[in-house]
Design a binder for this molecule. Structure first.
Ligand code: NAD
Length: 420
């Protein structure tokens, strides 16, 4: 299994990041091994009836990286490229992210290999319900709490809540986060990840002595994270000049009205043909001159091919694993790009998920203002800790963020000892 996981490009990337950081931390071999490998890798089949009457079997996964510091927390992804190795890598990053943010969670991730864009609501509901029921023995508010990720949303979470609660015989809101607010979701959860990305990007701009009102941004991906990152950046005074999604890319050096893109996407299903900007090749868009580049879609989009050509001052990694190991080395070598690494940059999502879980356990509701204020306080603290560690140890922001997360997990492993 170790070889199989290491052969997966995304897991290999996460494992190399871990090894490099573990070397820096001088982790002993036993703690290193216990920290690196996931605790549980669950694979299920999900048979459903398609709308045309055919039966189709999908594969679903859940990887629980560690339960040592609390229940595992992490998203559920519906995408054609979902594979066990990818899910395992994402669960590992979630683990370091939760520890970096000092949240009482381990990392988890789930996924179903399917194309939600080609499925009806009924088919998506059936996949979600069957996936949840297959996962019943492994999930719960004290064991594993899922949330939306690529291709899933608050409706997915509502169906999952329904399946779990029906089996329990009463409403169990703490089973997932990112639920609709009237089903005890948290105010502010929908905007949380994007808001956090924009908040941290502007702190990075300040570090680079660039004023927000003079800054420009390019955002890849206009889903939950990318859209709210773009909107919040524009509300902070940053001019958004490029946006892309799966349908295409748009560019306007005078600035794009992000609110209007929301309306266009709602009406047309994508950013393509937006009237207030020109179309541009999506790859070309990434290397245009800007102050903040926000990859908010897929993994491994900043590569050794485009890394030398990047013209941004801040790379705010809203997606998980957007930068390959080779590109990372190029960016470090260049030294002219301020990196906000993924496990810090997109941590707003899991932080507000934590707030939602706490509110659910207490049957309490906080206001959006309360949520976002608490979020900004926690993100600012994590940003400063990463900067402090990077400066003190002379390492990159990525190694600093990973080191803070991994050390926390390693310390707990050592304290708890080895059972039996
Ligand atoms: P989403 O499904 O809501 O949106 C994904 C977006 O990416 C869509 O706009 C889609 O069109 C676009 N996209 C897909 N393929 C593309 C391509 N080849 N080029 C350009 N755009 C493309 O997903 P999301 O929840 O916004 O997640 C995006 C990323 O952020 C993922 O890496 C996810 O793991 C990460 N993330 C999400 C959350 C969250 O709270 N949703 C939290 C932390 C991290």
């Amino acid at each position: 299994m170790k070889e199989q996981l290491m052969a997966h490009p995304v897991f290999g990337m996460a494992a190399r990041q871990f090894d490099r950081t573990a070397d820096h931390l001088n982790l002993t071999e036993d703690v290193r091994e216990r920290c690196k490998w996931p605790k549980r890798l669950i694979t299920v089949t999900i048979p459903i009836k398609r709308d045309n009457g055919d039966t189709e079997v999908f594969f679903g996964y859940r990887v629980q990286h560690h339960l040592s510091r609390g229940p595992v927390k992490g998203g559920l992804r519906f995408h054609p490229n979902v594979e066990l190795g990818e899910v395992a890598a994402l669960s590992m990053w979630m683990n370091w992210k939760c520890a970096l943010m000092e949240l009482p969670f381990g990392g988890g991730k789930g996924g179903v290999t399917c194309d939600p864009r080609s499925m009806s609501q009924r088919e998506l509901e059936n996949v979600t319900r069957r996936y949840t029921s297959e996962m019943l023995p492994f999930i719960g508010p004290e064991t594993d709490v899922m949330a939306p990720d690529m291709g899933t949303n608050e409706q997915t979470m509502a169906w999952m809540t329904d399946v779990y609660s029906t089996h329990a015989g009463h409403l169990v809101p703490g089973i997932v986060t990112g639920k609709p607010v009237n089903l005890q979701g948290s105010q502010g959860r929908t905007v949380a990840t994007g808001h956090g990305v924009a908040f941290l990007a502007t702190r990075a701009l300040t570090k680079c002595k660039i004023k927000h009102e003079n800054a420009t941004a390019i955002v890849q991906g206009f889903g939950n994270v990318g859209s709210y990152a773009a909107l919040t950046l524009s509300r902070f005074g940053v001019k958004v000049i490029g946006i892309s999604d799966i349908t295409g890319a748009i560019f306007n050096e005078n600035g794009i009205k992000v609110e209007d893109v929301f309306d266009h996407v709602a009406a047309n299903g994508g950013v393509k043909d937006f009237a207030g900007a020109d179309s541009i090749d999506p790859e070309e868009m990434l290397v245009q001159k800007c102050d903040v580049l926000v990859p908010a879609a897929l993994e491994r989009v900043i590569t050794e091919e485009n890394a030398p050509k990047l013209q941004c001052r801040v790379l705010a990694e809203a997606a998980n694993g957007p930068t390959t190991t080779q590109a990372d080395a190029i960016i470090e070598e260049r030294g002219d790009i301020f990196l906000v690494p993924d496990i810090l940059c997109n941590a707003g999502g899991v932080t507000v998920s934590y707030f939602e879980w706490v509110q659910n356990l207490q049957r309490f509701q906080w206001s959006e203002q309360e949520v976002l204020t608490k979020l900004e306080t926690m993100l600012a603290k994590a940003f400063d800790r990463v900067q402090w560690f990077a400066d003190k140890q002379g390492v990159s922001n990525r190694v600093a963020a990973l080191a803070l997360g991994i050390k926390e997990v390693a310390d707990v492993k050592k304290q708890r000892g080895l059972f039996p």
